[in-house]
Ligand binder design. Structure first.
Ligand SMILES: [Zn+2]
Length: 113
């Protein structure tokens, strides 16, 4: 489950930022996680709950923004929702497309005091 290593990275990033801002406590960690990021949302929540955290982070609540996946057809430029990389364009059935949204995996914001 690679969500544990992602969680470790996220907690390190958040801790560094929180310390730079002289935070005493982190209340919330908000993340953007795309449907095509390869991250399992439940596994990420589980990993976050079961990773040992510093005092600064132990009460932080994880909020995940699920970003739906979208692609743009290279043939006709139509934009459409996709569930995986192998979805054909609904307009022209072309398989060649650019992913324009859904691969996000980032910390968007933190709430601190
Ligand atoms: Zn198309």
């Amino acid at each position: 489950m690679h969500e544990f290593s992602i969680t470790m990275n996220v907690l390190n990033i958040v801790e560094e930022n929180a310390m730079e801002l002289n935070a005493e406590i982190v209340h919330e960690i908000e993340m953007d996680v795309g449907e095509l990021s390869g991250v399992d949302y439940d596994a990420l929540n589980f990993a976050m709950q079961h990773t040992k955290k510093s005092e600064l982070l132990e009460h932080a609540n994880l909020v995940i923004n699920r970003i739906p996946a979208k692609a743009r057809c290279k043939a006709c430029k139509h934009e459409f929702d996709i569930k995986d990389y192998y979805t054909a364009c609904p307009d022209c059935n072309h398989f060649d497309h650019d992913i324009i949204q859904g691969k996000e995996l980032r910390v968007k914001a933190i709430k601190i005091d």
